[in-house]
Write a protein that binds this ligand. Structure first.
Ligand code: HEC
Ligand code: HEC
Length: 530
């Protein structure tokens, strides 16, 4: 194969690699996963008894997709996209992770790519999370032999691993074998009680009606109903979503879902023309995760859901704050919302605008004298929600406090990655000193947005002028076009080192909060797990 043929043979994989497919392709595979493994994998993999070597690993659907994509791209395994999908589904179901084994690393599947990881040990961070996320590792379970093979694979495939920064300053290979392999085997073992118990449990069908609530930076809160119906085959479902944004505008859509491992819900949903993905962990009558645009994973937000008819639950209070001395409309979202609404001291119900089992919309007045702080709101027997009752904003913080945006477009194949910021108002508590223990967060408040240079270099290079545009009302920053810019010094690109600045007017005062924001080059390599 010459290099041109090689590149051509890799081309269709871009698509397979980017996303786990939810929708089955036309002319779906006829071979079962087991048949594919027994005929296609064994052309390279040897067997031991009824076991195919190297398959003794457990991982997420995204993890299996990455491995199988590598079998095709690096080793030339003759697998169709449909066969990869069939095998990924089978392996994720039979050699997946228990829900509890994904805790703390789900953000990688949920594509919260501004997460700054806190590693369990400094050594793990330096040895195993300098090229990719620590989550990619934490979302796997292997016996010792397979952790060892993984180190061999790394050194064989990426020999520069020993010469790069944090590799050449130490005996990388020996540390990997002697210290990391035992560490990984102990912390991420193949056999686990959690997995044995999870496999023994019958999965709970998601079919039914679910109340959904969420918050989406740059757009606000939303709530609605998701109806899940049986789909074309096992573990496939049809999904309809009917909801509304906090301002009342409609948020509707429909699509398809596929459930892996009995709980890993992946849905492709068209919402108002946007191609969205849901990555949720189902938990009986609850579900939680994230909803985001497939081609712009930074655009989206949290999602929590509860099955209707499964008891009384509050999912969200929108908004979750009220200023003493003012009147506000509050929306309580949940299931089984029967019974009396109990408001905190100092708050009076002026009017019940609407109510049913899923939503209670109230007009509420907060007296100037109402006790300040995080106070409970409840409906009947549903567990309480928390309402921030405040009289003044003492300071504002910006989230994320560190974010990465990326130039893109401009004729290139990679779109821009936006920065999406929110201003979180805080109370300094009774001592009125910011940054002390009695401080509490009031919640997301509207702000005016701008950017400023992060440092003198950014100022000298005029990063503010070139890196892109901040929407003053929404806190959404859209980076500039990709490629060299002749207007910049040495025709450099539109990268920038900025602060995203939120300005909130509080009485006669102006409060500002800042988040560090780097605009950098395109994400050329965008695997399912960062
Ligand atoms: C063309 C040869 C070839 C075929 C066909 C092939 N593999 Fe592999 N596989 C390899 C090689 C080489 C390695 C070791 C290097 C690596 O991990 O990439 C490997 C490693 C693996 C690993 C271990 C990966 C890790 O991270 O430790 C798994 C799991 C795997 N293969 C699964 C499969 C499955 C399932 C199939 C069939 C659907 C398959 N392979 C087909 C060549 C192949
Ligand atoms: C030099 C950069 C580099 C370092 C350092 C590194 N990795 Fe990787 N790792 C990679 C790349 C690149 C891949 C993706 C391979 C592919 O295309 O699937 C990968 C993939 C993986 C995978 C997924 C493999 C699969 O198919 O399931 C795991 C797990 C992993 N690395 C663990 C580790 C561990 C553990 C360490 C520390 C001992 C480590 N990595 C250090 C570059 C690195």
């Amino acid at each position: 194969m010459n290099w041109k043929q090689k590149i051509r043979s890799l081309a269709p994989l871009g698509v397979a690699f980017a996303w786990l497919a939810v929708t089955p392709a036309a002319g779906a595979a006829t071979l079962s996963a087991q048949d594919i493994i027994n005929t296609k994998c064994v052309t390279c993999h040897t067997r031991q008894g009824d076991q195919v070597n190297r398959l003794q690993q457990r991982k997420t659907p995204e993890g299996w997709l990455m491995t199988l994509t590598r079998m095709r791209t690096m080793h030339g395994a003759d697998l169709t996209t449909e066969e990869v999908r069939t095998v990924v589904k089978h392996l994720a179901d039979t050699q997946g992770l228990a829900p509890s084994e994904t805790q703390g690393a789900r953000y990688a599947m949920e594509r919260r790519l501004n997460t700054v990881e806190q590693h369990k040990t400094e050594q793990f961070g330096q040895m195993c999370a300098r090229c990719h996320s620590g989550a990619r590792v934490e979302l796997q379970r292997r016996p010792m032999a397979e952790w060892e093979h993984l180190v061999h694979f790394h050194v064989g495939q990426f020999p520069t691993i020993e010469y790069q920064a944090l590799g050449r300053d130490r005996d990388w290979v020996n540390i990997a074998f002697k210290e990391m392999v035992p560490y990984l085997t102990k912390n991420y073992p193949y056999e686990s009680k959690a997995w044995t118990e999870w496999k023994a449990q019958a999965p709970v069908s998601p079919v039914g009606r679910w109340t959904v609530a969420g918050h989406w930076p740059g757009k606000g809160s939303y709530a609605g109903v998701m109806e899940v119906k049986t789909g074309a085959s096992t573990d496939r479902y049809a999904v309809d979503f009917d909801g509304a944004w906090a301002d009342g505008s409609a948020m509707k859509g429909s699509g398809q879902a596929l459930v892996y491992t009995g709980y890993e819900w992946r849905a492709d949903i068209d919402i108002g023309g946007a191609k969205m993905r849901q990555v949720l962990a189902l938990d009986g009558d609850r579900a939680s995760g994230r909803l985001f645009e497939r081609e712009h994973d930074e655009i989206g937000g949290d999602l929590t859901a509860a099955r209707q008819g499964s008891g009384a639950r509050v999912l969200a209070l929108q908004p979750a704050h009220i200023r003493a001395g003012e009147t506000a409309t509050l929306r309580i979202v949940g299931t089984g919302l029967d019974g009396e609404v109990k408001l905190p001291k100092g708050l009076t119900l002026i009017e019940t605008i609407s109510r049913d089992q899923q939503q209670v919309v109230l007009k509420v007045a907060a007296a100037k004298s109402a006790p300040k702080g995080l106070k409970p709101v409840s409906v009947g027997v549903a567990p309480t929600a928390t309402l921030a009752v405040y009289d003044r904003i003492d300071y504002v913080k910006v989230t994320p406090d560190y974010a990465i945006g990326r130039v893109g477009g401009n004729g290139g194949s990679t779109p821009v990655v936006q920065g999406r910021f929110e201003a979180i108002a805080h109370s300094a508590g009774p001592d009125r000193k910011p940054g002390t223990k009695d401080d509490w967060a009031i919640g997301v408040v509207p702000a005016k947005w701008s950017v400023e240079p992060f440092d003198d270099t950014a100022k000298a290079e005029k990063d503010v002028e070139f890196a892109g545009l901040m929407n003053t009302d929404t806190g959404v920053f859209t980076p500039g076009g990709a490629g060299p810019n002749p207007k910049r010094r040495m025709s450099t690109n539109n990268a920038g080192n900025l602060n995203a600045v939120a300005t909130v007017t509080e009485g006669k005062k102006t409060l500002t909060g800042k988040g560090h924001f780097i605009v950098t080059v395109q994400r050329w390599n965008n695997p399912p797990l960062p």
